[in-house]
Design a protein around this ligand. Structure first.
Ligand code: ATP
Ligand code: MG
Length: 741
C-alpha cells in the first residue's frame, strides 16, 4: 500500500473509505482528484472490488483519460473501466437501450453546430424573425429546458402561451421532432434520455445499479439537474457514492450547473462522511494568497482557506499592454525569455475568457516560432470540409439522417439547388420516409435535373454500399472511399485555390486522426469512431502530449495545472464580461472563474490587460478588471493597477513609488516598460502566410508545430515532408506554417 503513504491523513481517510456516501469538499489543488484516483486503486487492489463495479465520472475526456492512466499506473495493469464523462457514460448506456426512448440504437449525436442548423431551419419554416429570436437564444432556452427535464408542453404550462412563449414553444417542439425523425440526439438528450429510461424501466435501472456499486463524481459542483438525477438514481441501491468538488469553482451555472447539488449533498445522502482538505500542493504561496484575495470578495460562499508548505515564490506579474497585439507579443516574449531552454513549452498555458482572443496569440507565437496549440475556438471538427465528410460518414452509419443528407446533397456541386431540395423534402415528408430513401427511389432520381442524375446516383450508391459493408471495413477505408467516390476530393483538386488546398490538407490531417484511433483500437467501428469525435469536448485534442504552449479558455482549464499561467484580457467587459452584470450572480460566477484560472498556476502567474482593445470589430479604451483591483497589491509586481478616473478612488493600487495615478506618473517603477519597446518581429509573423516558393525537394524546413523536417517530394502545391516528431505529413505550400532552414 505504498501508494497511499504519499497521501496526507485526511486524503488517506477518504481513499480507504469503502461503504457509504462521502463528500470531499475542498479548495483548488488540495488533491481532490488525486484522492479519488487513489480510492479507485485502493478499492480494486485492497478491497478486491471488481473494476466492473466502479463508475467514475469526470467533466472532460481529457480528465477522464488522465484519471484512467493514473489508476492503471497505481494498479500496474490496464483496465476496462468506466472512467468517463457524463456524456460518454450515457452514450454507452443508450447504445444498448435507446429503443426504449423511441430511437434505434445506432442513433447519431448532433453537436452544437448541427443543432444550429436544425434550429435555423425551424426558425425559417415557422417564419420567425431571426433578429428577434436568434438561433443561439432559442437553443439556450431549449438546452436549459432539457437540463431541467422540461418538455415543450411543460414549457407551455409553466410559462403560459403569450406571443413570445408560443413562438419558443413551437420552435422547441419543431426542433424535437426534427431530431426524433432524424434518429438524432443532442448532448443534453444523452443525459435526459438515459435518466428517463432509468425512470421508466425498473429492470434497466436495477441492472446498472447493480453494476455500479461504487460511484464517484469529480467536479460535482458543476453538475446540472439531469446529471444529478442520473447519479442519484444509480446510487440509490447501494448508497456508495463519493463526490468531490469545490463550491468556489462552480463555473457552469450559465449552463445549468446547480451549486446546490454539492451544498445539499449531505441532505440527499444520509450519513455522509465529509472530508475537508486544506493543504494546497499545487501553487506557490503568493499565487494561493492572491487567488484567495480575489475569491474572498464573493459573498455567497462557504469560508475556507487553503495553506501550503511551499515557499512564497515569485510575485504575480502584471503587465498593462498598449493594445491586444502588444499584450500577445509580451506574453510570447515572456515564454521565450523565461524558458531559458529548460522548461518545456508545455509548461506554459494562456488562459483567456473567450475563444476570440486566441487568434492574436497565434500570430505572436508564430512570429517567435514558439510551438503552440489552441484547444477549442473554431474547433478543428467545425471546419467545413470536416463537417462535410463527417456528414457522409454519418449517413453511412444511419441513412435516416436527413440533416446530413441535406448538408452534402450538393457538396460537391451536383446541380441540386435549394428548390429541388425543398421538393425532395416535401416528397419525403408525404411518403413518410427518409430523404435518403426518397432520393434512392429510381423514379425520383430520374425526375431530378438531368445534370444532377449521375452524380446523385453515384453518391447514393456509394453511401449504400459502405453502409452495407461498414462492419467489414476499416474506418480509414470508408473515409478514403467516400472522399473519392462522392467526388468530394476531386472537386477540391479542380478548384485549385489556396483555400481548397488548405481543405485538402485538413482532410489529410483528419486521416491521421482516424489512424491514431485505429492504432489504439484496430477493430474500431465506424460508430465508435463517430462517437469519439462527436464527444470531443473543446478541451480535447488528439495530440495532447505535444511540447507546445497551450491556449484555451478558462473554462476548459478546470482541473488542470501548469507551471506558468498567463491570464490576458483582465478588463471590465471582457473579464468579467458585460453579460455578467445582467445576472444576479453573474459577477460572482466570473470571480469564481478568475479563481479557477489563478489556481491553475504552480510557480508563476501573469495577469495582463490592454489599454486599447479591438474586439468584435470595435476599438475601445478599456478599464482594468475589477478583479485586478481586488488583488492583494502586496503580492503583485509590474505595472501599476489603477482605478479609472471615472471612479471615485483614483489612487494607484500598487505602491511602486507612491504616485497618484500610477499609470501616468513617469517616476513610477515599471520594470516591464522596457519590454514594451522591443520591436515586434513582423517578418517572422508573416512566415505562415508566405508562399514558400523557394522550397525544393531535399530541403530542410521547420514547421511551427512539428519541428524540423525533410521535404521528400513536391506535387503541385502539396509538399510531402518527413518530420522527426510525427512522421510524413502532406502540407499545402502556401498554408502550412513552414520555413526553409
Ligand atoms: P482542482 O480543484 O484544481 O481540481 P484538486 O483538488 O483536484 O484540484 P489535484 O489535481 O488532485 O487537486 O492535485 C493538485 C496537485 O497536488 C497535483 O499535482 C497532485 O499530484 C498534488 N498532490 C495532491 N496530493 C498530494 C500529496 N499528498 N502530496 C504531494 N502532492 C500532492
Ligand atoms: Mg481536480
Amino acid at each position: 500500500m505504498d501508494y497511499l503513504d504519499k497521501l496526507n491523513p485526511q486524503q488517506k481517510e477518504a481513499a480507504i473509505h469503502k461503504e457509504g456516501p462521502m463528500l470531499i469538499l475542498a479548495g483548488a489543488g488540495s488533491g481532490k482528484t488525486s484522492t479519488m484516483t487513489h480510492r479507485i486503486a485502493y478499492l480494486i487492489k485492497e478491497e478486491g472490488i471488481s473494476p466492473y463495479n466502479i463508475l467514475a465520472v469526470t467533466f472532460t475526456n481529457k480528465a477522464a483519460k488522465e484519471m484512467r492512466d493514473r489508476v492503471e499506473e497505481l494498479i500496474g495493469e490496464g483496465l476496462n473501466m468506466w472512467i468517463l464523462t457524463f456524456h460518454s457514460a450515457c452514450l454507452r448506456i443508450l447504445r444498448k437501450h435507446a429503443e426504449r426512448a423511441g430511437y434505434t440504437n445506432d442513433f447519431v449525436v448532433y453537436d452544437p453546430t448541427d443543432q444550429k442548423v436544425v434550429i435555423k431551419n425551424c426558425i425559417k419554416e415557422h417564419n420567425v424573425d431571426e433578429k428577434k429570436y436568434s438561433s443561439a437564444y432559442i437553443l439556450s432556452i431549449i438546452s436549459d429546458c432539457k437540463e431541467k427535464g422540461i418538455s415543450p408542453s411543460d414549457y407551455a404550462k409553466r410559462n403560459g402561451l403569450d406571443f413570445k412563449n408560443e413562438i419558443i414553444h413551437d420552435l422547441y417542439l419543431a426542433y424535437e421532432s426534427v431530431l426524433k425523425k432524424n434518429n438524432a440526439m443532442d448532448f443534453d438528450d444523452l443525459i435526459k434520455e438515459t435518466v428517463e429510461i432509468f425512470e421508466k424501466n425498473e429492470e434497466i435501472l436495477a441492472f446498472y445499479q447493480n453494476k455500479f456499486r461504487y460511484i464517484m463524481v469529480d467536479e460535482y459542483q458543476d453538475t446540472n439537474y439531469m446529471q444529478y438525477l442520473f447519479v442519484k438514481l444509480l446510487a440509490k441501491a447501494h448508497n456508495n457514492i463519493c463526490v468531490v468538488g469545490d463550491d468556489d469553482q462552480c463555473i457552469y451555472q450559465w449552463r445549468g450547473a446547480d451549486i446546490k447539488n454539492i451544498l445539499n449533498f449531505e441532505r440527499d445522502f444520509k450519513n455522509t462522511k465529509v472530508i475537508k482538505l486544506e493543504q494546497n500542493y499545487r501553487s506557490d504561496g503568493n499565487i494561493l494568497e492572491a487567488a484567495h484575495s480575489v475569491i474572498e470578495n464573493n459573498k455567497g460562499r462557504k469560508r475556507k482557506k487553503l495553506w501550503t508548505y511551499k515557499e512564497k515564490g515569485e510575485k504575480i506579474k502584471y503587465y498593462r499592454a498598449d493594445n491586444e497585439k502588444d499584450e500577445a507579443r509580451y506574453i510570447a516574449q515572456e515564454v521565450d525569455r523565461t524558458r531559458s531552454g529548460e522548461l518545456p513549452y508545455s509548461s506554459f498555458a494562456v488562459l483567456y475568457r473567450t475563444n476570440v482572443q486566441s487568434r492574436i496569440f497565434e500570430e505572436a507565437f508564430l512570429a517567435r516560432e514558439i510551438p503552440y496549440r489552441v484547444l477549442g475556438g473554431i474547433r478543428y471538427y467545425d471546419r467545413k470540409e470536416i463537417k462535410d465528410i463527417m456528414a457522409y460518414m454519418r449517413l453511412v452509419q444511419n441513412t435516416a439522417d436527413d440533416l446530413s443528407l441535406a448538408r452534402i446533397i450538393n457538396e460537391p456541386k451536383r446541380g441540386i439547388g435549394g428548390k429541388t431540395l425543398e421538393k425532395l423534402r416535401a416528397l419525403a415528408s408525404v411518403r413518410n420516409e427518409s430523404l435518403f430513401d426518397t432520393l434512392a427511389d429510381n423514379e425520383v432520381m430520374e425526375g431530378l435535373p438531368a445534370k444532377a442524375i449521375e452524380g446523385v446516383r453515384e453518391m447514393i450508391g456509394a453511401i449504400r454500399q459502405f453502409s452495407q459493408e461498414k462492419d467489414n471495413l476499416k474506418v480509414s477505408d470508408i473515409y478514403d472511399g467516400l472522399l473519392v467516390r462522392t467526388g468530394y476530393l476531386k472537386s477540391l483538386e479542380i478548384l485549385n485555390t489556396v483555400e481548397s488546398e488548405g481543405r485538402i490538407e485538413n482532410l489529410l490531417e483528419f486521416k491521421s486522426v482516424i489512424y491514431d484511433y485505429e492504432n489504439e483500437d484496430p477493430r474500431l467501428s465506424l460508430s465508435e469512431f463517430m462517437e469519439k469525435v462527436a464527444l470531443l469536448a473543446e478541451i480535447d485534442n488528439h495530440d495532447a502530449g505535444e511540447n507546445a504552449v497551450v491556449l484555451m479558455t478558462l473554462h476548459s482549464a478546470k482541473g488542470l495545472e501548469f507551471p506558468v499561467v498567463f491570464m490576458p484580457g483582465m478588463e471590465d467587459g471582457l473579464f468579467p464580461g458585460w453579460r455578467a452584470f445582467e445576472k444576479p450572480d453573474g459577477v460572482e460566477e466570473e470571480r469564481r472563474l478568475c479563481y479557477v484560472g489563478m489556481t491553475r498556476a504552480m510557480q508563476r502567474l501573469y495577469l495582463t490587460s490592454a489599454e486599447i482593445r479591438t474586439l468584435y470589430g470595435k476599438t475601445n479604451y478599456t478599464k482594468e478588471s475589477q478583479f485586478l483591483l481586488e488583488l492583494d497589491k502586496s503580492l503583485v509586481e509590474g505595472d501599476a493597477i489603477y482605478k479609472s478616473s471615472t471612479t471615485s478612488d483614483s489612487n494607484s493600487r500598487l505602491n511602486h513609488g507612491g504616485g497618484n495615478d500610477g499609470y501616468s506618473n513617469p517616476n513610477i517603477f515599471r520594470p516591464f516598460d522596457q519590454l514594451k519597446y522591443i520591436k515586434y518581429n513582423k517578418t517572422a509573423e508573416a512566415a505562415a502566410g508566405n508562399a514558400n516558393l523557394d522550397i525544393k525537394e531535399g530541403d530542410k524546413v521547420r514547421h511551427s508545430k512539428f519541428g524540423e523536417g525533410l521535404v521528400l517530394s513536391i506535387k503541385g502545391e502539396i509538399l510531402n515532408v518527413a518530420f522527426d516528431s510525427v512522421g510524413v505529413k502532406m502540407l499545402a505550400r502556401d498554408m502550412a506554417p513552414i520555413k526553409k532552414i
